[in-house]
Design a protein around this ligand. Structure first.
Ligand code: SF4
Length: 112
């Protein structure tokens, strides 16, 4: 993407920040109404939210940043966060595939 001037760059950056804020609000709203929590690793959460916002800007939906987009609208609808798979993943591992949502039983793996 080529920018014409600094103001255009600022406008694009403002757009990215706004989308990131919107995505964060949706995720936080979901957590309030679901049995899940956000990963206690806030740096990881910030990174995933940033990547969800990037995908929303690029593709129009907050597609899971950890999965491939197929181009098939019906199939891809299943990977809009919170995706169709996270419930089963959290049931099995206490954490979703991208490490965004965790169960209340989740215990972070200690760093070696
Ligand atoms: S794996 Fe987690 S972060 Fe990725 S879409 Fe599913 S719920 Fe969202």
């Amino acid at each position: 993407m080529a920018f014409k001037n600094t103001q255009e760059v600022i406008a694009v950056n403002d757009g990215v920040i706004q989308v990131e804020t919107d995505v964060r609000q949706l995720i936080e709203k979901y957590v309030k109404t679901s049995p899940y929590e956000l990963n206690p690793d806030t740096k990881k959460v910030d990174k995933i939210i940033k990547n969800l916002a990037r995908r929303k800007l690029k593709y129009g939906h907050q597609y899971c940043p950890c999965r491939m987009i197929s181009g098939n609208e019906e199939m891809d609808a299943k990977i809009i966060c919170p995706c169709e798979y996270h419930t089963e993943e959290i049931r099995q591992n206490d954490i979703c595939n991208c490490d965004l949502f965790v169960s209340p039983n989740y215990k972070p793996v200690p760093a070696i």
